[in-house]
Write a protein that binds this ligand. Structure first.
Ligand code: GLY
Length: 395
């Protein structure tokens, strides 16, 4: 027992000696300052900031139907949570409430979880507004209409997408994040079936989306009648068998969250295995290239968004694993990623109004390469808030 403690203590000392620790509140102050520049430029609640291309200062916006529409209001809620500034709260409310119209239209894909849990979910957590709760429960029921019980997962794209053999059933790894809305709804007045759908989706994904080395396929196509796996392929990665950085990031985050919500050990083990292969293959600055198998590494573009998602997930994972050495390992890796993201290489400062530079959206489509992007900023500020809470508790 004593030796275990001594060993863990030494590992801890070694990790913290090697990796720079991050002052979370200082970096959160930076985020709030960037937002104070960005928000006055955004005057239309019906348009949500999504990206800032290289050479531009201000956010390019999209309609509320876009899959990323929840990240800007979610970022504002996180900033309000930290700074307690009524101006940020008013803006968070405005950009959140404009999303409600999405629910009046037919369900076009699985992204309702991203859109509603990041915006209304954070808003409800901080305000307990009954109106927000109602919207969240509606969004969860809408998302559940895409569940196919013969396959055991939610259909990600209910439409023809190249290489997905429509009208067969497709499920993308990103879809794991949307389960948080279902878990939440099942525990907050929604149907218990939503919990079963979330567990079924995570279990089926765990069985079909991973290769023996725990790297993941971006998409699995299933026979919609029998549930048989037809193939594992990519949509946004370099190749069907490559490790697309953000896809793996969604897996790490999604299985960590699914363990938190369900207590199922197999999800915790999956989160660890998917995290371990990601961490083991990172470049020296802890921010991945957009795809771990991109042929032009080290000249390939980075994806800061994947590092932001994983840093947030690893902070949570470090609080869920029982083994002290693993707690230290995941915490140290999260901090190393955040230290790198918080350096002048990745932070935007005067370059533009975002928090972070150097994310890659859809490289095979030649779109959003080496840009600032709203989900990088959302998961970066979420990770900093998580770290800030840990650091405050340790004081
Ligand atoms: N969910 C789409 C993406 O990660 O780019």
């Amino acid at each position: 027992m004593r030796y275990t403690f001594l060993f863990s203590f030494l590992i801890s000392l070694q990790s913290f000696a090697q990796k720079p620790s991050v002052n979370a509140s200082k970096q959160l102050d930076y985020c709030v300052a960037q937002l104070k520049k960005a928000v006055p430029e955004q005057t239309d609640y019906a348009r949500e900031p999504r990206r800032i291309p290289a050479g531009q200062k201000n956010w390019n916006t999209v309609a509320v139907t876009d899959w990323t529409s929840g990240f800007w209001p979610g970022t504002l809620w996180y900033a309000y949570e930290y700074a307690k500034d009524p101006f940020l709260k008013a803006k968070a409310e405005g950009f959140t409430e404009s999303l409600a119209t999405v629910l009046n239209k037919p369900v076009v894909d699985h992204d309702l979880g991203f859109q509603f849990y990041c915006s209304y979910g954070n808003g409800y957590r901080l305000t307990k507004s009954p109106a927000y709760k109602k919207i969240l429960l509606r969004a969860a029921d809408s998302l559940a209409t895409l569940f196919n019980p013969k396959v055991g997962t939610i259909l990600s794209w209910p439409r023809p997408v190249p290489n997905m053999e429509w009208p067969q059933h497709n499920t993308i790894m990103d879809n794991m994040i949307n389960l948080e809305l279902l878990f939440w709804a099942s525990k907050n007045g929604g149907s218990k079936k939503l919990y079963d759908i979330a567990v079924s989706h995570a279990t089926t994904t765990m069985k079909n989306h991973f290769r023996p080395d725990w790297t993941s396929y971006h998409v699995v196509v299933y026979d919609k009648q029998t549930g048989r796996k037809i193939k594992g392929v990519t949509h946004q990665g370099y190749a069907d068998n490559s490790m697309w950085a953000r896809g793996q990031a969604w897996a790490i985050y999604g299985f960590t969250m699914s363990y938190r919500e369900s207590g199922r050990n197999e999800f915790l083990e999956t989160a660890q295995k998917t995290a371990d292969v990601f961490i083991k293959n990172l470049p020296a600055d802890h921010v991945p290239y957009w795809d771990f198998n991109a042929p032009d590494i080290p000249d390939a573009p980075r994806d800061a968004s994947a590092a932001a998602v994983v840093s947030s997930a690893l902070l949570e994972l470090s609080t869920l694993v029982k083994d002290k050495a693993l707690q230290v390992k995941y915490r140290a890796e999260a901090e190393a990623m955040l230290a790198s993201l918080s350096s002048d290489t990745y932070q935007s400062h005067a370059v533009n109004n975002a928090f972070l530079l150097h994310s890659t959206g859809h490289k095979p489509n030649n779109s959003e390469i080496d840009v600032s992007i709203n989900y990088a900023d959302y998961y970066y500020i979420e990770a900093l808030l998580r770290l800030n809470k840990l650091q405050e508790a340790e004081k």
